[in-house]
Write a protein that binds this ligand. Structure first.
Ligand code: CA
Length: 358
């Protein structure tokens, strides 16, 4: 079996979609990070495609190695692993279709295939507490049984308004039923002292996980916050490979690791990062903002991890993305179940794809 073509498209849905074609007519689909979809598509077609043409798509690890080393100097943080991700996911999709098995089966089988999804709501920095509360109420009405509110500060806004953030968390926590977990994502916007102070206040109200409290590059600071607080502190959406997660684990020691499958070089590398998480007795709680292919690939990996039982990140149903597929996955009563179909379990609709290309 040989790869005959690799295509990558920036879509109107803010998706960098990858398709890999073979001489046996089987096709795989993948997705890169959405951070700059034009750059992603260009990288895949100019830097990765030449390494793939004529190769056997079932040699996934060998192709991964080739892509990673041969484009190493183009940047192993950010664009390069995000583009490898799109290709790697498509290769696993092909392997699933060749064998007639879902991807989780190829990885050794699922511990479970139904997942509670948490609604991830961003933009807190520019909202009032009541505006965020309205969003949380909408999520609750949509059936979500877990929620995270994100501040979107970034590391150059530090401790802007701790009291407002606390009030936002408080009104949302008081609205949600006790059994609905609420998490808080500072998006790197707190100092170490600010994060510890805020975290203690959140703990009194009940917080499920405290995400990226301080700057993503401040490993020592993450460690100080995680050591000081009881609430599980998470980090990892800014890390891309097992080597970066190794450093995060050893230096920052967060309680929870958050690789994003469309950023961390795909299914192959996320499974390796999951092994690191198991080795260090940490949970994997993926970062995930891409509700179709990215979400599917991420759930296939998490389904194989018995100890990673926390609700999975979901930005919510997206009809514009569902339209791209003949068989979009269903979100029902706060949950998603991986369908028992070969590969990813998503079939592209040619006409819809054609209409969605930028
Ligand atoms: Ca985050």
């Amino acid at each position: 079996m040989k790869i005959t073509d690799v295509k990558a498209y920036p879509l109107k849905t803010r998706t960098a979609l990858v398709r890999i074609f073979t001489d046996e007519g089987i096709e795989g689909v993948g997705e890169c990070s959405p951070m700059n979809i034009e750059i992603m598509a260009h990288f895949v077609e100019t830097a990765l495609k030449p390494l793939l043409l004529g190769k056997d798509p079932l040699d996934i690890e060998q192709l991964w190695n080739e892509m990673y080393i041969r484009t190493y100097k183009l940047g192993v943080q950010g664009t390069q692993p995000s583009c490898i991700a799109g290709v790697d996911i498509a290769l696993w999709d092909i392997k699933g279709k060749v064998t007639g098995m879902p991807i989780y089966k190829l990885m050794g089988g699922a511990a479970r295939t139904t997942f509670t999804m948490y609604k991830s709501i961003g933009g807190g920095m520019h909202m009032t507490p009541d505006e965020m509360l309205d969003q949380v109420k909408t999520a609750h009405d949509q059936g979500f049984k877990a929620v995270k509110i994100r501040m979107d500060y970034g590391p150059f806004n530090q401790d802007v308004d701790l009291d407002k953030d606390f009030e936002m968390f408080r009104v949302c926590r008081e609205f949600l039923p006790d059994e609905t977990p609420l998490s808080f994502d500072a998006n790197n916007g707190y100092s170490v002292n600010g994060a510890i102070k805020q975290g203690r206040r959140f703990e009194e109200l009940g917080i499920y996980h405290f995400e990226e409290p301080v700057a993503q590059y401040n490993y020592e600071g993450i460690r100080q916050v995680a050591d000081a607080l009881d609430v599980p502190v998470s980090a990892g959406e800014h890390e891309y490979t097992r080597w970066q997660f190794r450093d995060l684990i050893l230096q920052a020691r967060p309680d929870i690791l958050q690789p994003d499958i469309v950023k961390c070089a795909g299914i192959t590398e996320m499974k390796r990062i999951a092994t690191l998480a198991e080795t260090f007795d940490m949970q994997l709680l993926p970062h995930q903002t891409q509700p179709s292919i990215g979400n599917a690939a991420s759930l296939h990996v998490v389904s194989t991890l018995p100890q990673s039982t926390r609700p999975h990140e979901y930005t919510g149903p997206r009809p514009d993305l569902d339209d791209l597929f003949d068989d979009p996955w269903e979100f029902i009563d706060g949950q998603i179940t991986i369908p028992d179909r070969p590969g990813l379990g998503l079939t592209l609709n040619e006409d819809a794809l054609e209409a969605a290309i930028l």
